[in-house]
Write a protein that binds this ligand. Sequence first.
Ligand code: B3K
Ligand code: ZN
Length: 866
Amino acid sequence: MADMLSTTAAAPTIIRRVDYRAPDWLVPDIALDFDLDPALTRIHATLSVTRNGDHDRPLRLDGDGLVPLEVKVDGRLLDQGEWHLEAGALIVALPGRAHSVETLVELAPESNSKLMGLYASGGLLCTQCEAEGFRRITFFPDRPDVLSRYNVHMVADRARFPVLLANGDPIEQGDLEGGRHWARWKDPFPKPCYLFALVAGDLACNADRFVTMSGREVQLGIWVKEADLPRTAHAMKALKDSMAWDERVYGREYDLDVFNIVAVADFNFGAMENKGLNIFNSRYILADPETATDIDYDGVEGVVAHEYFHNWSGNRVTCRDWFQLSLKEGFTVFRDQSFSADMGSHAVKRIEDVRILRAAQFQEDSGPLAHPIRPESYMEISNFYTATIYNKGAEVIRMMALMMGAERFRAGTDLYFDRHDGAAVTCEDFVLAMEEGGRIDLTQFRRWYEQAGTPHVRALLTHDPASQSVELTLEQVVPATPGQPDKQPMAIPLRMALFDSATAKHHGDELLMLTEPKQSFVFTGFASAPVLSINRGFSAPVIVETNRSQDDLAFLSAHDDDPFARYEAMQQLMVNVLIGHIGGQNVDDGSVIEAIRNALTDPALDPAFVAETIRLPSEAYLGDQMQIVDPDAIHAARDALQQKIGTALEPLWRDVHAKTKANGFSLSSAAKGARKLRNAALHYLVALGAEDGPAIAFAQFSEADNMTERQAALGTLANGTSAERVAALDIFYNRYAADALTLDKWFQTQAFALHPETVDQVEELGKHKDFTLNNPNRVRSLYGAFAGNQWAFHHKSGKGYRLVADCIIALDKLNPQTAARLVPPLGRWKRFDEGRAGLMRAELQRILAEPDLSKDVTEQASKSLD
Ligand code: B3K
Ligand code: ZN
């Protein structure tokens, strides 16, 4: 069987953007015949191929681990000498301009542990093709600029696989002898093969309908295991909300008669936007109050929307090559972020999105794996599904929207969709359409696509009482990144306002364009020095340094009318205090306590917003502010301040915790906000060391009617050493051991715990009977979470590094894509002391010394050593 064949590893090739060449052969139509069985699936493919341009090059069909059992051209069976394999690809010389080419291959989906191509998950058969998985199913030009109409015929055992789904619309189905049955699906929209999908299994359907803006009825189906049906309501609501939102906000209507979503338990990432048949990691579909937190609910809503929005930004208009990945991903993330903001709170959503950007993307941008949102080269494209492509990509689109304003932005996207519908295009095509439709010159702005690294902006405000004016001097530096030592200045849109400190008012929000290395802006009419509010709404993904005092920040944290800027002022206030403490200075922390008191007692504020602002910056974020990260000092300083805040405001915490207790579960914004604030209050109550703290947490854990409060209580207890910690972890395990998604939380909570023994506990958990490397969610919940726990992972013994490296080595043999995702935390060694850096490098070297290492891990580990 193909997957069992051993292949000789060739030296990994580097693919470069500048080497793009149009495809030699096109495939306007493909018919696929699947005889499905987990142990042995036969796939017969018929490709109509046409020569693209005048050349005499042979047809090259990509393949990965496939052996052709038959090759036919125009119905004639070829001899072995008439074709050959080259690096897995099937090469056939063809005489004419158009031919029909048939191949037959066999696969064993049940032994496909990479979860790319056709694989088995919990009794289902399903596919994952993006980026290059289709070549593991059949021979085909596996590149996104070859678009084909698909006609898919599937045969399978009816009892084991009663449901047979594929892209497009169902055409026919019927029964066969021997308990087998068949179905045929056709997708009228030409698509690249990365969007191909099929699913076979015993699935139940949450069926609904949506009437589009032009009055067409679409059948919606969310397919899950029968027992999970009650957990699909939120996903269905999110789907219908997304469909309506895309019509209203972007004028985009759904185009097929059916839209199906399938949830699978084993999945390498969040979900996949296959045309008309989205396949999801079940964690982004299934939700009920007993097992899902509010964050999980929001994740379901956001990911359902994201995959749905791809139907236009990605599927109808797709990428020419994988260097253009941000064309669909950055834009679609921007679309899903805007949708989620509209569904809930704009302020809180922006804070959450920026927190993710800073935690994941800023770290990437300042390390050895930094790359522009349109990379120049790669070894393994799977490694480029990064926070840079996705989240920084979204920020770049957001800046365009800001600079153009809503109407012109919409004119730009309308032009983009109309002009390129049905085509595979580039980021440059997008920018051109935005320039033309949005009537804007983006010449310099294009550098956001070209240059990696987070720009640093220094903003200095000086007041001149004589002229009653202020001068704002802005300076930008774009740091050197691998392969890009010298940078050009970026076009950086900065929203700003100048506050009168007496009235707490400003004269309007202005958009400044910083385009030079250094620029000054003068504002008149200021008898006294105003307070600067800058990068309001986080208008640009940059790091801003200012000369604002702690008093200025305290002022803004109480008065800024831009919610993000207000949050940011409070965070900066906290960062300054903590960094001072870490550096051994005796910085006054009274302003932080007062700012938190103000936020807690301001009745005008949304509780969800308050909960965001009163959180201390994470240990990792504090590390990012330091040249050399000292994980122990950071932990100690943050812990001490938490305790101090807890103690100083103890009556308030008790009051807030008691007042936010609800009488029954609701998903309203008010209820979600109350839960968030209640959890924050509990956290401080426990952190201050109140004698009854663990008991209060344990009571919340036991009495909660929802996972948001239960998991938060468990997490709070897990940070300590109380008897309640052990009891709660045991109860949680016994209650949820049979539910994989919830058991993930049990692993994750312990891996995240700010507890001195986390590193040892993770080692034990790796040997737990419920731990498996075969399920990516389980791997991420233990090792992924642990690698994000700065204090524990960077334990000075180096044990944390060794555990993660051991996991990478073992997992690489099964699932290289998921293994490679664990490498980046080891690559941050330049930011740590010599001892830790040496230990981290040694683990990277140990990984690279492994025989038969995948190119996924090879690329990440070798770049990480540079
Ligand atoms: N497009 C997919 C991601 C595929 C990842 C392949 N390594 C999901 C998404 O971004 O919507
Ligand atoms: Zn996407």
